[in-house]
Design a protein around this ligand. Structure first.
Ligand code: AHR
Length: 513
């Protein structure tokens, strides 16, 4: 028999006890009203990130010596796997790396570019992949580039001239240099980061919130005067350690940048450090809380300001990351399992459920380094976390819908009662896409989907990400966790019943009439 923590008043229990008053299958209801919209789902919430770190770029995206690469050095198999992720925006060159990166080192003939000591990750940067290589790659991927400037050791002029080099049509020293390096037309890069994780003492050029706010403001002015069409992403808080007041950083930074920043960047990495499935699966509760709090901070910063400025959230680094570390070449090569993939699905649910305010989100990172794609010299395999991202990015589009989810819950020490079902929905061209994670480790949840204002039409396509066990991992030649099509459930007008299996993420796609 399952017992309720409430019934017994055991507030310190950490195991997930089911709160249910009756025996029999666990049941839930999800009500859907297509008029209750949250906002437009921006394809850029399905973004990714490549950093000069370990084997992400050098030996991942780009490997000039590999027989699997094209004549320019791009790994063709990686490119194809990345294309299938339908990446909405790609961030580069870091991360921590960006805080001591001089972009001028990465232009001009490859053989003449200077090797530099790289202090973020303790290596030597050979600079063979720079601005031209990155922007060619985003062109091949048909994705939006997002360039993160060095606001650590860099200068205002470096940031301004990078925008000029990439975006200006004037005849200047910078644009002549660009043409000399083989690119006639400006690329018109829209998204520019004002530094990375500047609140972290680990960051090169780390500053106080006031010092960062003042410095970033002057950079922002010069960058926008160079190209008024660009969008700027201010470095919000990433330092959520014990005792950190992450909200204070954001408030102060926005005091300086509220008339210039278009996005506030936030980061979050989570892990199952205590091998507690229920607790780990509740990680997105914290993400949702931070989203809500940050939205309030942005609203407060903009309140009473002239004009109709909007500042959105760019959650431009997120992932599961707690096992792999190190410095040098093969670092941060996290191997993912099923429970990690489920947590990623709940993160994506959170972004969709905040579609009105989250307009950029980047999984960190794309290849090898805390990544959905993992390569060796002979090929690649897709990690478990690849599948939820791929399903969301290819299907959950259009308008996000506000759902009513009535699910059984379990008790969690950190977050209180956590619903077993975590869901989001998008409505696009008459098709409803519903994403449901069942956080229950052992039981299916029989769920009634109720349409308030429409009818289900035709059959529903069901795709499930699951595996034999929550610890199942993929590897070269072994795919235990993947997306699998399931039989379509019967629909009856406004109702559709589906039993979401234990430890699963299910995407259900159905036409509405
Ligand atoms: O993604 C790995 C690192 O995590 C990034 O360089 C940094 O921004 C964050 O701390």
């Amino acid at each position: 028999m399952k017992i309720s923590r409430r019934t017994f008043g055991l507030s310190l229990l950490t195991a997930p006890y089911v709160l249910r008053g009756q025996q029999g299958p666990l049941r839930a209801r999800i009500k859907i009203d297509t008029e209750r919209t949250i906002g437009d789902i921006d394809p850029k919430i399905y973004g990714n990130f490549i950093e000069h770190l370990g084997r992400c770029i050098d030996g991942g995206v780009f490997d000039e010596k590999s027989p699997l690469s094209d004549s320019n050095g791009y790994r063709k198999d990686v490119l194809e796997a990345a294309r299938n992720l339908n990446i909405g925006i790609l961030r580069w060159p870091g991360g921590n790396f960006s805080s001591n990166y001089n972009w001028m080192d990465g232009i001009g003939p490859r053989g003449q570019r200077p090797p530099r000591l790289e202090m973020a990750w303790g290596t030597v940067e050979r600079n063979r992949f720079g601005t031209h290589e990155f922007l060619t790659y985003t062109g091949m991927l048909k994705t939006e580039p997002y360039v993160c400037c060095n606001l650590g050791t860099g200068t205002w002029t470096e940031a301004q001239q990078w925008v000029e080099y990439c975006n200006s049509s004037e005849d200047t020293a910078m644009t002549r240099l660009r043409k000399q390096n083989g690119r006639q037309d400006p690329w018109k890069v829209t998204y520019w980061g004002l530094g990375n994780e500047m609140d972290g003492p680990w960051q090169m050029g780390h500053r106080s919130a006031e010092d960062y706010g003042k410095f970033a403001l002057e950079a922002a002015k010069l960058m926008k005067w160079t190209d008024p069409n660009i969008k700027l992403i201010a470095a919000g808080s990433s330092n959520f350690g014990p005792g950190s007041d992450w909200t204070a950083w954001n408030r102060t930074v926005l005091e300086y940048l509220r008339q210039h920043a278009d996005f506030l960047s936030l980061h979050m990495y989570v892990g199952n450090r205590h091998n507690d499935f229920g607790d780990f699966m509740a990680s997105s509760v914290e993400l949702n809380d931070r989203l809500k709090t940050t939205e309030g901070i942005i609203d407060a910063a903009l309140s009473g300001q002239p004009g109709n400025r909007r500042i959105y959230i760019a959650w431009d680094e997120y992932n599961v990351w707690y096992r792999a570390g190190g410095r040098g070449r093969q670092i941060l090569e996290e191997r993912y399992n099923l429970e990690d993939a489920l947590v990623i699905a709940t993160f994506l649910n959170a972004f969709v459920n905040h579609a009105h305010i989250v307009k950029i989100a980047n999984m960190a990172q794309l290849v090898n380094v805390i990544a959905p794609i993992f390569v060796n010299g002979e090929g690649l395999f897709l990690q478990t976390i690849y599948y939820p991202l791929q399903l969301f990015a290819n299907h959950t589009k259009g308008r996000a819908l506000e759902l009513y989810v009535d699910s059984p819950k379990y008790a969690n020490e950190r977050f209180g009662d956590v619903p077993y079902l975590d869901a989001s929905a998008g409505l696009d061209a008459g098709s409803l896409v519903l994403n449901v994670v069942n956080r229950h480790r052992t039981e299916a949840i029989e769920t009634q989907l109720e349409l308030e204002d429409k009818q289900f039409s035709g059959t529903a396509a069901v795709t499930e990400v699951n595996g034999p066990d929550i610890k199942s991992e993929n590897d070269f030649g072994k795919t235990l966790v993947k997306a699998v099509e399931r039989p379509s459930p019967a629909t009856g007008g406004k109702l559709l019943g589906y039993a979401f299996p234990p430890h699963s993420y299910t995407m259900l796609k159905v036409k509405l009439a």
